[in-house]
Design a protein around this ligand. Structure first.
Ligand SMILES: NC(=O)c1ccc[n+]([C@@H]2O[C@H](COP(=O)([O-])OP(=O)(O)OC[C@H]3O[C@@H](n4cnc5c(N)ncnc54)[C@H](OP(=O)(O)O)[C@@H]3O)[C@@H](O)[C@H]2O)c1
Length: 344
């Protein structure tokens, strides 16, 4: 029997506004190979996903599922290595990289059937958390199936430099659309313009009201907006209704501007839904888990794009397991570009 000293971040207190260290407790325990049942493996976590949905699930009310229970390990996707395995039939072996949903703990026991094997010779393993992971899945299916982009249409993406947004924007370019990216700093808009080759960019912090956003959107989208892929909500989204075209598609992927306290007590708005009527437009919410069983379909099309760099990506890596709660908080201050990941 081999024993490992384990550390786990336990979610212990519901935040009312921003989430930080005070909502978590660091727990130390042990884990050993004798605990493995047939069909299970021990994973040594290396890269932890930090996602905005974690803050939504800390709400006291149900969302797409029940709130994250208190006094349990913070759930989340992890990339790690198998260090022990109790299965002679599996094609997984010790030393293999896998994607698991084992949360914020250094070592975890997982059912082998729940693991996705990763090949580091093909693409970097961290891509399984971002550009070839859950954020990409909702970017891909949300844009293509809900948005139905057509060549020449104008697509506006908010949160455009983030994990989901950078993928949406580039798929829209690949599909021949004119793409406008909205993000929160000049450095981010420079990345969108110069590296991702978007057609136009907006730093929303320089247009800090619905009216100012409407004015700049009207200027950069003289032919109107056909698709709006919404990651942020708030006044940015309010402004969109003023500039949409006939049969525009508005895709609600996220509303991060509302997560830290605004979900159950939101700002007023939108008040421009009459424009939806005039334009016979649609609003559709999209959820990554609805496409779980279509992951292979997405990977088949997207992996070659990532490998030949027709789809580029950034990741922000924070070092240190102890920094996980701080990293979650960073999402709400725009401190990441691309997928935010914590390396153990
Ligand atoms: N529907 C689904 O299944 C699904 C799946 C994954 C993600 N999502 C949603 O998609 C959105 C993006 O997620 P992600 O993982 O790609 O995160 P992300 O965009 O990589 O990171 C969050 C970004 O949101 C921006 N932001 C934070 N507060 C804001 C505010 N008040 N107003 C405007 N922008 C703000 C920040 O960028 P700036 O510097 O630009 O402000 C920050 O970097 C989130 O709303 C998330 O909940 C939904």
């Amino acid at each position: 029997m081999t024993e490992f000293k384990n550390k786990q971040w336990i979610y212990t207190k519901r935040p009312e506004k921003l989430v930080d260290d005070s909502h978590y407790t660091l727990n130390e325990s042990t884990i050993n190979t004798a605990q493995l049942r047939p069909g299970q493996a021990i994973i040594h976590s290396e890269f932890f996903s930090v996602d905005p949905y974690m803050r939504i699930q800390q709400s006291s009310k149900d969302t797409w599922e029940e709130p994250h229970p208190l006094n349990t390990i913070q759930g989340g996707a992890v990339v790690g290595k198998i260090i022990a395995i109790n299965d002679i039939q599996s094609d997984l072996n010790e030393g293999d990289w896998v994607l698991s949903y084992t949360g914020w703990q250094e070592y975890a026991i997982a059912d082998i059937s729940s693991l996705r094997k990763l090949d580091p010779r093909e693409v970097p393993v961290t891509t399984a958390l971002g550009v070839l992971g859950m954020p990409a899945r909702i970017a891909y299916f949300g844009l293509i199936e809900a948005g139905k982009p057509k060549q020449g249409e104008t697509v506006v993406v908010s949160g455009a430099s983030g994990a989901v947004g950078q993928v949406v924007a580039q798929i829209a370019k690949i599909k021949g659309c004119k793409v406008v990216g909205i993000a929160g700093s000049d450095e981010k808009t420079k990345y969108l313009r110069e590296t991702l080759n978007l057609d136009a960019v907006i730093n929303y912090k320089k247009h800090s009201s619905a009216l100012a956003m409407k004015n700049v959107l009207s200027r950069v989208c003289p032919e109107g907006i056909d698709i709006y892929y919404d990651n942020v909500g708030g006044y940015i989204t309010d402004a969109i209704f003023e500039v949409i075209n006939l049969r525009a598609r508005i895709i609600i992927c996220g509303q991060i501007s509302q997560y830290s306290g605004g979900l159950d007590d939101p700002e007023l708005g939108p008040r421009f839904l009459h424009k939806m009527l005039y334009k016979r437009a649609t609003i559709q919410g999209v959820l990554a888990r609805d496409y779980n069983d279509r992951m292979d379909e997405m990977l088949k099309e997207m992996t070659p794009w990532v490998k030949d760099e027709s789809l580029k990506y950034k990741e922000t890596i924070v070092h240190g397991f102890e920094n996980l709660p701080k990293a979650l908080n960073m999402l709400f201050f725009g401190k990441n570009t691309g997928k935010l990941i914590v390396k153990r």
